[in-house]
Write a protein that binds this ligand. Structure first.
Ligand SMILES: C[S@@+](CC[C@H](N)C(=O)[O-])C[C@H]1O[C@@H](n2cnc3c(N)ncnc32)[C@H](O)[C@@H]1O
Length: 242
């Protein structure tokens, strides 16, 4: 998968992209990442990419020209799937990450200051918001999208880091997990987890997954695929809440 990121702060990506899972994915040639500084495409002498907002108001707006020229410099940019980071869009989720992970060539444009001239929207496929809050720049959002997408690519995670049982798979939050020591600061690991009884462990984990989703994200539960056993657990949870 090829990923191009357009920003005026390329240095914000260096550490992240060359660490951990991302570094591994690059070394294994599963992803080919290119960071572009669209300030390199400005046509003025003082390297500015921003200007005042028509109609007035505080803050500066990034001009469409350097962003578009930078976009056009990317090989096959027209065929690539182009996204722009913006709070004015549908909210990102795991389902979208899975969709993006199937794309061969992804381009992510990062806004900054008060955003980019609206006319840039005519050259992208969609805007993506990572949540209902305002960031200083799209770089943070781009990194969130980047990380959530690359870890889904085949061969990036090892078997021990599988994505199969993670939160949001089947719209349920993950069960609690523990590691050694068995007793920490007087707190013991739930006994069932050291019982060696796989069926009881599976049931306990499902129960905890449902409990947590019920507690924190009832909105997800409505979309989850639930079996009869799950429904019984939820009926009990509802009774307990009353
Ligand atoms: C300070 S924000 C601009 C906010 C804009 N004036 C507004 O009120 O909608 C600067 C840039 O950060 C990025 N950004 C901010 N919040 C974001 C969010 N929730 N999701 C994705 N990108 C975000 C966008 O690229 C945006 O252009």
């Amino acid at each position: 998968m090829r990923i191009d990121i357009l920003t005026i702060f390329p240095e914000m990506f260096e550490g992240t992209i060359n660490s951990s899972i991302s570094k591994r994915a690059i070394n294994k040639q599963i992803i080919d990442v290119h960071i572009h500084d669209f300030r390199d495409f400005t046509l003025n002498n003082n390297n500015r990419v921003d200007d005042y907002s028509y109609g007035g108001g505080a803050g500066m707006i990034i001009q469409a020209q350097p962003v578009l020229d930078c976009l056009r410099s990317i090989p096959n940019w027209e065929k690539a799937y182009k996204i722009i980071t913006t709070p004015v869009a549908k909210t990102y989720n795991q389902k979208k990450a899975i969709k993006l992970s199937k794309i061969e060539h992804l381009i992510i444009i990062c806004g900054h200051y008060e955003g980019i001239d609206e006319r840039i929207m005519n050259f992208v496929d969609e805007g993506i918001s990572i949540g209902d809050y305002i960031l200083t720049g799209g770089e943070y959002a781009a990194l969130v999208i980047y990380d959530s997408v690359i870890r889904l690519l085949p061969g990036v995670l090892g078997n021990s880091e599988s994505t199969i049982e993670e939160s949001f798979e089947n719209n349920l939050l993950e069960f609690p997990q523990y590691t050694r020591p068995e007793v920490f600061e007087g707190m013991s690991v739930p006994e069932v987890l050291i019982s060696g009884n796989h069926e009881n462990i599976r049931k306990w984990r499902r129960q905890k997954s449902l409990e947590r989703t019920y507690k924190y994200r009832k909105d997800l539960l409505r979309k989850a695929k639930l079996n009869e056993e799950d429904k019984k657990i939820l009926i009990e949870l509802k009774k307990e809440q009353k």
